[in-house]
Every structure is written in C-alpha cells, then in structure tokens.
Design a protein around this ligand. Structure first.
Ligand code: UDP
Length: 330
C-alpha cells in the first residue's frame, strides 16, 4: 500500500487516479485545508488528518503495511508565502521532518517528494537543468529547497531513498472532466482566465508587463497534471524496484508561454473575449521559468504527452461541468 499525503489536492487526486488504474492500493492522508473530499476516489482509504500530527502518522503506519510515501501535502502559493512565511516553513519543512521521523522509525525508506521550479529563483539561463543554481526568491521555493536538502542528509544518515520532482506550472484536468483544479481563492493563471471567461469573475489581471521577455509578461512552462501523474508512477516503480535513489528531476515541457499568450489561447479555445487589466508585478515572481526534461526522459523514459491546447481544453471541460468546482452552488 502507498501513502499519499495531500491526496485530496489538485495534483494528488490526479496521481491517486493513476495509481488506482495501475491496481496500486492507496491510503490518502489529507487535512482538507485546501483539498476536497470529493476529489478522492471511492476506492481509496481516506484519513482526515494532518501530517504534522505525529500520533496520527504513527497510527496510520501501524494500521497499514505502507511500502512508500508520496508526499504532496504542503502550502504552495508563491504570493501567500511572501506574506505568511512561517506558515510555509511549518507546513512544508516542519511537517516533512515529522513525516520522515515517523517513516524512518517504521523502517519505511521510500519517498517521492513534490518539489517546485521555484527552487531555482531567477534563472540566468533560458532553460533550467537540475544542476542549475538554486537561489529561491520566495519562502515557498526556499521551503521546498530546504526539504530537498533534508532528504539528501537523511539518505546519507538513514539510507532513505527519495525522488524529488520539481514541478513547473501544473495545469489542465483529468479527461473525464470529473476532477480538476479548485481553490477557494484561485490565484493560478489558467483557472483564473477560464473562470473569468465562464462569467465567474469580471476581469483577468496581468501581473507585470515590464519583465525582460518578448511581450513583457512572465513566461512559464505549463505541464498537464496527467503528465505529472505519469512521472509519479514511473518514480514509484523505480523506488519499489529496490534501487537506492537520491534523485531530483524537473517536470516540465521545455516550452514557455507568456501570460498574454495563455490568455490568447484561452480566448481561442473558448471562443470568448477576455476583459484584461494590467496590474503591478506580484512579489516573488521570476520573469521566466522553463524546464529541461532531458534528465527524467533519459533516466525514466518520461516525456510530456499533452500540449498547451490539451491543457486548456481539459481545464475548460472541468470548469464548464463544475462552475463552482467541488464547492456547493451558491
Ligand atoms: N498571473 C497573472 N494573473 C493571474 C494569475 C497569475 O498575470 O491572475 C501570472 C503570475 O504573475 C505568473 C504567471 O501568471 O507570472 C503564472 O502564475 P501562477 O500563479 O499560475 O503560477 P506560479 O508560476 O506562481 O506558480
């Protein structure tokens, strides 16, 4: 059985679906602070609880025979992390040290960790490799980098095997349209644009038009959530294969799109016109983040299958069918 922390969240719920498709048994631990019970497949054992709660973890590990852990549960908004850094160090760093302590006590030594391209900071190259300098510019990125360092120390001291996956910009939804991205206060670009085009918000703001990019708006590497999920399955197979791993991989597509290009593509796919307003830069935002996925391709045979168009089409399907997300209609 595999423990998935944060399995009721956006990426976690998509990964859980793929694990179940592979007939892997799953227990999800989620405190539902940002995740949704409805996002968790019925075939899963669900525990509502916090990773910071050592007793809950102890009990969970004693109840089930856990072979490995996929650790999604964390706080993950760049802007919020600037305003509330302690929340990030507590939920991302302290919580992970507690999880590791309990795992290692139970002799569970296989972990997949949700990391981020925010570990790189403001890059001085167009394409980021895993060996590119890591100088995060916000507490979110710093908290994830700290955990990667902790994992590396634990691999040496306690023989922990881990794979850290540095996600670029996760987007899109399951092709069924039944699960997708749903945050109470949405901050991400693609859902914000689509919710606006659906009539749920009166405008879409572009945060910063004076970046050093061709159209002045930020460039990101948008990756379909199902492609992310596929990488987790591959990583898990490697860990369960018994090989000692201490690997970090980028998960991106190698292509970057600006905020303006994303809005245009959303307009094209939905056939609707956006009311765009120009706003100030958002603190903590680097101008350009684009991945090289060469390493994960070489070592795990992974490559992205979905295009930007697929991302926006599947996200649009999700929002059209669930205009209030998992929340009750007002
Ligand atoms: N962004 C924007 N308007 C929005 C939301 C985001 O201009 O309503 C910009 C944001 O400043 C960043 C990019 O879109 O440059 C992607 O932001 P998002 O929050 O989706 O992901 P992040 O890169 O912060 O993880």
């Amino acid at each position: 059985m595999i423990l998935v922390t944060g399995g009721a969240g956006y990426i976690g719920s998509h990964v859980v679906k793929q694990l179940l498709d592979q007939n892997i048994e799953v227990v999800v631990l989620d405190n539902l602070s940002t995740g949704h019970r409805q996002a968790v497949d019925d075939r899963v054992v669900f525990w509502e609880g916090d990773v910071k709660d050592e007793q809950t973890l102890e009990q969970l590990f004693k109840t089930y025979s856990i072979e490995g852990v996929i650790h999604f549960a964390s706080s993950c908004l760049v802007g919020e992390s600037v305003l509330q850094p302690l929340k990030y160090y507590e939920n991302n760093v302290s919580a992970t040290t507690i999880l590791l302590k309990v795992m290692l006590r139970q002799q569970i030594k296989k972990l997949i960790f949700s990391s981020t391209c925010a570990t790189y900071g403001i890059p001085d190259t167009d394409i980021l490799h895993e060996g590119s300098p890591t100088n995060p510019v916000n507490p979110y990125g710093r908290s994830k980098l700290m955990v990667e360092q902790i994992l590396s120390d634990c691999s040496k001291a306690y023989d922990l095997s881990f794979i850290s996956l540095r996600y670029f910009n996760a987007a899109g939804a399951h092709s069924s349209g039944m699960i997708g991205e749903c945050h109470e206060h949405e901050t991400h670009l693609i859902p914000n644009v689509l919710l606006h085009l659906l009539g749920k918000q009166d405008k879409v703001s572009i945060f910063g038009t004076d970046y050093d990019t061709p159209d002045g708006t930020c460039i990101r590497d948008y990756i379909h959530v199902n492609d992310l999920a596929d990488a987790h399955i591959r990583a898990l197979q490697r860990l369960l294969g018994g090989e000692k791993m201490t690997a970090v991989y980028n998960l991106g597509t190698g292509s970057g799109f600006s905020v303006k290009e994303i809005i245009e593509m959303c307009e094209q796919i939905t056939g609707k016109k956006a009311n765009v307003v120009y706003a100030a830069r958002r603190p903590g935002d680097p101008g350009r983040l684009v991945a090289s996925y060469e390493k994960v391709n070489r070592e795990m045979g992974w490559k992205p299958q979905y295009t930007l168009e697929d991302i926006i089409r599947t996200a649009w399907k999700w929002h059209l069918h669930h205009p209030y997300g998992y929340l009750k209609e007002e």
